[in-house]
Design a protein around this ligand. Sequence first.
Ligand SMILES: [Cu+2]
Length: 113
Amino acid sequence: MKVLLAVGFLLLLFALPSVDEISERTVLPITLTDSGFLPNELTAFAGKKLNIRMTNISSRVAELESYDMKFEKITPQGKTVSVFAGPLRPGKYRFFDDYSLSGYSGWLTVREE
Ligand SMILES: [Cu+2]
């Protein structure tokens, strides 16, 4: 249990948004675990180009998908993929793992800067 808490804490530390200097995209890191997305709530500013960068540490292949943001990307175990979105208007945008039988999903909240 203590180890799980420590791992969760470390994943949250790495989950802080940053800006990629070259593409000027805001990078939003998330991790897919066997119990869902971590974190499963992201926030970003309106009008920015975004890069949602997912690392799949679950025990199976995943597909990061969003109808709202129009992306879909297969992600093998242990791999990290980037999907691009934005600039977006303020609102809530859903993303999900299309291969998850448990319906794992998360939300991106976009706010006015
Ligand atoms: Cu799909």
